[in-house]
Design a protein around this ligand. Structure first.
Ligand code: ARG
Length: 720
């Protein structure tokens, strides 16, 4: 019996040392982390993972558009990423008549590929440690002074590493909350073209009902291509550009996966806060998350009502709707999981342990008592800030109107005609963008409701002076819904922002009093100026103190346990990371077991003809009926595998990331996290955390059998 226990303990500690937690910097894998990867099944050398001089996997991984990850899969610059990453580009390329979002799109030749202005691909050239230089400049500084000096020195070093003429971009990212500074140097390419996308009913199958959940059956992929000038250097879009010749591209394995297989994910996780304080967690649960969720809930409801009415509106609002909905569900789930796992209690316990170590050390002893006071001072205003960002600016019209403050400032404060012309020009461009995705029916309802909610939810002492009194005087009781409807209606029918003639007259002859009298501008600026005058300084104070204490805490944590510190990974900062783990099933609840893969059988089970989220293209149904899966069929399941799950540690920004097998081949694309681990930004859960991936065989099947784009399949290096 005793021997049995010892074996269990040994196994557990072995498992611990090889836990799946960690978003590792590719050049700092070190012998220890690398050895763990090998133990887990990796068959590659360190040089193959990351090398500055030789081609390595890192050369096939890109930042896609500044918000997602993509990977190069052919010698001709072909990019795979998620459908939800390409979503805006696909929607922008679509019209109601040629609706690629709805019907899908497949370029059968390179000439048919669609330029996607605004998108770009960043390739990582190298990473340098510049901590010494930054710290030299920051010696002895604290608080806001330190923060502004830090920004200045970072800008200076960034400029030194950048070369505008070659589109080479140097960007310092502070690691461990500013205890280390790393320089990331990228080569950016601006000519990106849309090559293929499945119909939305595949690419977003399951919609928001299935979002952040396993079991999942979404074909969340899209295909782009990066072009360069004939010399291989970056060039803006031109028909004369040629497909980029990459340093490395990922071969694609269609051998299939088993439970327990090694899985490695490269990509750009956006942000985590694994050393968030207990005060921060409490703030999130009590105030921030519920406020964001409430405001988004309301906005989404009004948008969806209109989207369901007609296809043009659906196309117009689809992209904004998807991104609002994505984090609406995320924040709701995050709170639930933070509570379920008692993350607050765990944080408090870790902080108590830290306090014991810190007692008697002047640098660290007062961190937590100071931190408590900083939060106490900020708490009364935090909801107000969210109401501004997610409420007032949650209305596209008011969000744009607020930006006209630049024009007002140029007119009222500076007065130079060049300044005014510049501000007006920027406003014209921004207005054109607004109108592309503006639906006035939903927006008007949002404005009325947001203002009413603000009135009821935000402490009266923080209201903009005069605003609510004037609404009451002109439109009626503030407790009456009808008052707010009338007010919003009057804003929308009288603002020059939605009236071409009035807008043109204003931009031809910009006049401060005309702008100030505009009802949309007056509404937005009442809230913005109130904030800027009284609360922004408090917000800045909170941010700089919170950052300072966070940095000190982490510094202490690193000093407290130097052995553990050697094997710590920094929080995600949208810089390249490697995560390793395994394909693995899990048990989400008592008596429930989740398989590690989903199949076409499950798609057909979820299928609801005509449904907003669970409808399917006729062609898919037809092929599925015939079981026409070709070389993509899974030999064991005798079915088409759709998705799978792994234990990898990823987060938003990793979307589109390659899931790579032990030999460096692409086996899937990561596209989501599971509901049971939505607290992952604050704390990684080793039991429940899973990454949700689309199986590469389903991706290829869609391209080949459904889209008929065999031209693309022929470009790939298939491993069979
Ligand atoms: N949850 C996914 C992510 O953040 C995005 C999924 C998009 N799909 C959707 N139904 N909104 O990476």
């Amino acid at each position: 019996m005793k021997k049995f226990l010892v074996t269990i303990v040994l196994c557990m500690s072995l498992f611990r040392s090889m836990a799946d937690e960690g978003m590792w910097l590719p050049m700092l894998l070190g012998q220890q982390v690398y050895n763990d990867m090998v133990k887990r099944g990796l068959k590659l050398t360190k040089e193959q993972l990351y090398s500055v001089n030789k081609a390595s996997i890192k050369d096939a991984i890109i930042i896609f558009g500044g918000f997602c990850t993509g990977e190069i899969v052919s010698n001709e610059g072909l990019i795979f990423t998620n459908h939800h990453c390409g979503y805006d580009a696909i929607a922008s390329a679509s019209t109601v008549a040629a609706n690629y979002l709805k019907e899908g799109f497949w370029a059968k030749t390179k000439q048919q590929e669609i330029p996607s202005p605004g998108l770009y691909a960043d390739f990582l050239i190298k990473i340098d440690d510049v901590t010494k230089e930054v710290e030299e400049a920051l010696k002895g500084l604290t608080g806001t002074e330190r923060l502004s000096k830090q920004n200045a020195i970072i800008a200076e070093i960034n400029a030194r590493y950048s070369d505008v003429s070659k589109n080479i971009i140097g960007k310092i990212s502070p690691m461990f909350k500013g205890n280390q500074f790393l320089m990331f140097v990228y080569q950016r390419f601006n000519d990106i073209r849309l090559v293929g996308a499945p119909p939305e009913s595949i690419g977003k199958f399951g919609g928001d009902t299935d979002n952040w959940e396993w079991p999942r059956h979404t074909g969340d992929f899209s295909v782009f291509r990066v072009y360069s000038g004939k010399d291989g250097a970056n060039a803006d879009y031109s028909p004369n550009n040629v497909p980029l010749k990459p340093k490395h591209f990922l071969p694609v394995s269609i051998k299939g996966i088993k439970d327990g297989d090694y899985s490695m994910i490269y990509g750009y996780p956006g942000s985590t806060n694994r050393y968030e304080s207990s005060y921060g967690v409490k703030q999130k649960i009590d105030i921030a998350n519920p406020t964001v969720v409430n405001l988004r809930d309301m906005r989404l409801k009004y948008m969806l009502e209109e989207m369901k009415k007609d296809p043009a509106t659906r196309l117009k609002l689809a992209s904004d709707y998807a991104s609002i909905a994505n984090y609406w569900k995320f924040f709701d789930g995050e709170s639930k999981q933070l509570i379920k796992y008692n993350v607050l209690g765990q944080k408090q316990a870790a902080e108590a342990k830290f306090q014991q170590w810190a007692n008697g050390k002047p640098e660290f002893a007062n961190i937590f008592s100071d931190w408590g006071k900083v939060y106490d001072a900020w708490r009364p205003y935090s909801k107000h800030q969210i109401y501004l960002n997610e409420g007032v600016f949650g209305s596209p019209l008011l969000g744009f109107a607020a930006s006209l403050q630049q024009v007002e400032n140029a007119i009222v404060k500076k007065g130079s005609s060049a300044d005014i012309a510049k501000a007006v020009e920027a406003a014209k461009e921004a207005r054109a963008e607004l109108l592309k995705s503006e639906n006035t029916v939903s927006d008007q309802k949002i404005v009325g409701t947001v203002l009413q909610l603000f009135y009821n939810d935000i402490d009266k002492s923080q209201h903009p002076i005069g605003f609510f009194e004037s609404v009451k005087g002109n439109y009626g009781s503030l407790d009456d819904d009808a008052t707010w409807k009338k007010y919003a209606a009057s804003v929308f029918s009288n603002t020059m922002i939605l009236n071409d003639a009035k807008w043109d007259a204003f931009t031809k002859n910009p006049d401060g009093s005309v702008l100030q009298a505009d009802p949309a501008y007056a509404t937005a600026s009442a809230f913005v100026k109130n904030w800027q005058g009284k609360y922004l300084p408090l917000a800045q104070q909170f941010n700089s103190k919170n950052a300072e204490l966070g940095r000190l805490y982490l510094k202490g944590v690193l000093e407290m346990d130097p052995v553990k510190a050697k094997k710590m990974y920094p929080d995600a900062t949208f810089t390249m990371r490697v995560s390793f783990g395994n394909v693995k099933s899990y048990a989400p609840a008592d008596a429930v077991k989740y398989d590690y893969i989903t199949t076409m059988k499950g798609i057909l089970e979820k299928y609801k003809p005509g449904d907003y989220e669970f409808d399917l293209p006729a062609k898919l149904l037809e092929l599925a009926k015939k079981k026409d899966y070709g070389q993509y069929a899974d030999p064991v399941r005798k079915d088409l595998v759709i998705g799978f799950i792994t234990t990898n540690d990823i987060t938003g920004g990793n979307s589109g990331s390659p899931v790579i097998d032990a030999n460096g081949n692409l086996i899937g694309l990561a596209f989501d996290g599971n509901y049971e681990a939505l607290s992952h930004k604050i704390q990684f859960d080793p039991v429940y955390n899973r990454t949700i991936c689309v199986d590469i065989r389903y991706v290829l099947w869609c391209i080949d059998k459904l889209g008929g784009a065999t031209n693309l399949i022929n470009e790939l290096k298939l491993v069979k």
